[in-house]
Write a protein that binds this ligand. Structure first.
Ligand code: ZN
Ligand code: ZN
Length: 174
């Protein structure tokens, strides 16, 4: 089994670690080591936007955790890239590193009551989606496939946490 770094950057849903690591085993055959990084956040933060720059966080992860086969960063921070208002996550296509933001996956973000089940299902979908990119998968037209692109949580809720057969075939080549 390949080894992944699971980097928790200001991620507070501690009770969900087991579900996340089990998911990495099940879908990607990855064993994960949990790491809480000691990191100076100022260089990733935009005061103007009150968000963190995901591309720079990916660069940081690559520099510091290159010994791992895959690097997955999870954070409660809201993420951005300059051309977009926000991103749920970002990944290197056919690369090593991915980052997922839980910020906009909490029902509370939309003024709704907390719902752990809904939250974890959204998080798992975003993790599978971004890691899927690191295995070379691009966006999929099948709207139930986890590789379908989502620009809001409703679109995340429609899709499943699984890969469609076409995507799965490509994933299994690894
Ligand atoms: Zn994507
Ligand atoms: Zn697909």
């Amino acid at each position: 089994m390949d080894q992944a770094a699971l980097i928790l950057l200001n991620f507070n849903a501690v009770s969900l670690y087991d579900k996340i690591t089990n998911n990495l085993k099940q879908h990607f055959n990855l064993n994960s080591r949990t790491i809480i990084p000691d990191i100076d956040l100022r260089k990733f933060y935009s005061e103007e936007r009150d968000q963190y720059y995901s591309t720079k966080l990916i660069e940081y992860a690559l520099l510091n955790y290159s010994e791992f086969k895959k690097i997955l960063m999870i954070t409660d921070f809201d993420l951005y890239v300059p051309v977009l208002t926000f991103v749920f996550g970002e990944a290197q296509l056919n690369g090593k590193a991915a980052i997922v933001s839980a910020h906009r996956l909490y029902p509370e973000f939309y003024g709704l009551p907390p719902n752990d089940e809904l939250f974890i299902s959204r998080l798992i979908k975003e993790i599978n989606h971004e890691l899927g990119h690191t295995y070379g998968l691009r966006h999929c037209f099948n709207f139930e496939c986890v590789m379908h692109s989502s620009s809001n949580v409703d679109e995340i809720d429609i899709k499943s946490e699984n890969f469609c057969n076409k995507c799965l075939e490509k994933l299994n080549l690894f």
